[in-house]
Design a protein around this ligand. Structure first.
Ligand SMILES: [Mg+2]
Length: 255
């Protein structure tokens, strides 16, 4: 037993950003299993999207951080408890003039969600099974947007920008969820990600890994890189992921 918990982003990190394959990470995944390490997925995806991936990876016995940290899919659960109705009704307490300019996934409907996300039609329904957050587009002016975000704050909601969407949630990030789970499990943490929304989690882990993604928005140089606590992979996606996981396991063997 290593006492290690690996926190990992999915797209562009453990999954290849073109074909979503984790084939090349299989030996490292098997080694994590053998060594008794946990794998906690941390993704912007919904529980409905993460659950089959977690099962395919063979780590359904570990919790997963979903909707960018807005919620957790419990270990062995196939569904997450929902705060979505509560969120939607709080959204509707915002000034109707401002509220009307925000088109959440539920306001858009499946066709528009598919158009704006580029997801295949069979993936759209899983992406729309929100439990903790509502991504959407704000169509009003920048000053209305500022007013909308402030109004959300007054009803206890938080708006976060990421990719093309403005996502409304009760707050919490991948990093906060990681801290929560670390407090529960103890032991060492390794966090891996490829994009700026992973940076805080990578910084907060005992060791962090930035997985190379030549096409994405790069993660700026992080404080922990100077100390060598955070490293960057030279290969992309699951290949880079595997090299970093094996390097961590080697370190633990030596220690
Ligand atoms: Mg990613």
């Amino acid at each position: 037993m290593t006492g290690l918990t690996v926190f990992s982003d999915l797209d562009g990190t453990l999954l290849d950003h073109d074909n979503y394959s984790f084939e090349r990470a299989k030996p490292a995944l098997a080694e994590l299993r053998t060594r008794g390490a946990r794998l906690v997925l941390a993704s912007s995806k919904t529980a409905a999207e993460v659950e089959p991936i977690r099962a395919a990876l063979g780590f359904s016995d570990c919790p997963a951080i979903v909707e960018n940290g807005a919620g957790i899919l419990g270990a062995s659960d196939t569904q997450a408890a929902s705060r979505y109705q509560e969120l939607r009704s709080l959204l509707d307490r915002v000034d109707p003039m401002l509220r009307a300019e925000f088109r959440g996934f539920a306001d858009m409907g499946p066709d528009a969600v598919q158009r704006h996300t580029g997801l295949a039609s069979d993936q759209v329904s899983r992406a729309m099974q929100r439990r903790f957050s509502e991504p959407g587009l704000f169509l009003g002016s920048p000053s209305q947007e500022t007013a909308f975000v402030a109004a959300l704050g007054q009803v206890g909601l938080v708006a976060q920008y990421g990719g093309r969407f403005l996502t409304v949630s009760f707050g919490a990030s991948k990093a906060e969820r990681m801290r929560e789970l670390r407090a529960r499990f103890g032991g060492r943490t390794l966090a891996l990600g490829d994009a700026p929304n992973d940076a805080e989690m990578i910084e907060a882990a005992d060791r962090g890994v930035i997985v190379l993604n030549r096409r994405g928005t790069p993660i700026p140089r992080l404080e922990g890189e100077k100390e060598g606590r955070i490293t960057r992979t030279t290969q992309e996606g699951p290949e880079g992921w595997s090299a970093a996981v094996f390097a961590e396991l080697d370190l633990l063997t030596e220690a």
